[in-house]
Design a protein around this ligand. Structure first.
Ligand code: AHM
Ligand code: MG
Length: 336
């Protein structure tokens, strides 16, 4: 088979998305345009994230700036940018964000729904640790003339595209339109994303686990036993696993996607339904893991099979290499 031009390292995100459109029979260009608008939003957010420390140094943060105007916090800024680019695209019927209490109607004729967390890991901003943006795109429910909130409450199985941007040492945009996962790195001088990691595959098994261990005493017995087990010395397998935890989902998920292993944020006696949000955190990340050959569960069933009931619903989230997620499930369900 000839190598697809769009999967060669160095291809721009724009070219890649366009090539996907040409390969899809009957494509109208609306989806392509929507993705290009999201990419624009991410580039705008990047510039503000990169200036965040500097702005603080110059006294531009806090409650008011030198002009006496209120200065927006980074997460509110990121939210406004995404709302604006989505509304301008003309293809988004409904949008929902971690930063908005209610879903928002955008363009009545827009056939897509976009769910997003504009700036995830925001408690890490003050200490200059990586943060990210997460999004999922769904098609509006079939046959409905105008958008309704129910369009957002579809299971993750119906996602048509999902991705995240990680604002780390470089900005990286990880995307799946349902044909595997590719990552694009931003060249800040050119202002363009270039394909840097084509066809990402999550390893079958890893050697690293990622949990907030401070919650140990609050976890269910099965989860505690899994956690004890993964830290035990064993000559026959990779145990004890190494431990990494950033506390920004995008950063922890990105490492786990590339290197394998497991990230787990189970329910506990304080967060009885889990902490992470189903629609705009767990679902898009789970879609990417499944597309890369990894797995994503709430401990009982695949995240993507959950039928959502409300916009800001929470879920336990366990993602990673297939074998590692399977081990977790056998402990959590007390089959082991
Ligand atoms: P946020 O949406 O308020 O930023 O919270 C979500 C974050 C995730 O990025 C991360 O995985 C998790 O919360 C960390 O939680 P904890 O601080 O309890 O370990
Ligand atoms: Mg969040």
């Amino acid at each position: 088979l000839p190598i697809r031009a769009s999967s060669v390292v160095g291809t721009t995100l724009r070219e890649h998305v366009l090539a996907g459109m040409h390969a899809a029979p009957g494509a109208t260009g609306q989806f392509t345009s929507l993705l290009n608008h999201i990419s624009l939003g991410i580039r705008i957010i990047t510039t503000r994230v990169r200036a965040a420390g500097l702005a603080g140094l110059l006294g531009y943060t806090g409650d008011t700036n030198v002009q006496g105007e209120q200065v927006q916090k980074l997460d509110a800024f990121a939210n406004d940018v995404l709302v604006n680019v989505l509304e301008r695209s003309g293809h988004c019927g409904l949008l929902a964000s971690e930063e908005l209490d209610e879903a928002r109607f955008a363009t009545n004729s827009g056939k897509y729904v976009v769910l997003f967390d504009p700036l995830d890991g925001s408690t890490n901003i003050d200490t200059n640790v990586s943060i990210g943006t997460i999004f999922a795109i769904l098609r509006r429910r079939h046959g409905e003339i105008v958008p309704a909130v129910e369009d957002a409450l579809q299971p993750g199985r119906r996602i048509v595209a999902a991705g995240y941007a990680l604002y780390g040492p470089s900005t990286i945009f990880v995307l799946s339109t349902g044909h595997g996962v590719d990552a694009f790195t931003l060249d800040p001088n050119v202002g363009e994303f270039f394909l840097s990691h084509p066809n990402i595959r999550c390893p079958e098994r890893g050697n690293c686990f990622s949990t907030n261990d401070g919650n140990y005493a609050r976890w269910a017995k099965g989860v505690r036993r899994w956690h004890d087990w993964i830290r035990e010395e064993n000559k026959e397998d990779a145990r004890p696993y190494g431990h990494r935890y950033v506390g920004s989902l995008v950063a922890d998920a990105h490492r786990t996607l590339l290197k394998g292993g497991i990230f787990a944020y189970p329910a506990d006696t304080k967060s009885t339904k889990g902490k992470l949000r189903l629609l705009y955190e767990a679902n898009p990340i789970s879609f990417l893991f499944e597309q890369a050959g990894g797995a994503a569960t709430n401990g009982e069933k695949p995240i993507l099979d959950i039928h959502p009931h409300e916009l800001h619903e929470r879920t336990p989230l366990i993602i990673g290499s297939k074998a590692d997620v399977f081990d977790y499930e056998t402990f959590a369900s007390e089959r082991r």
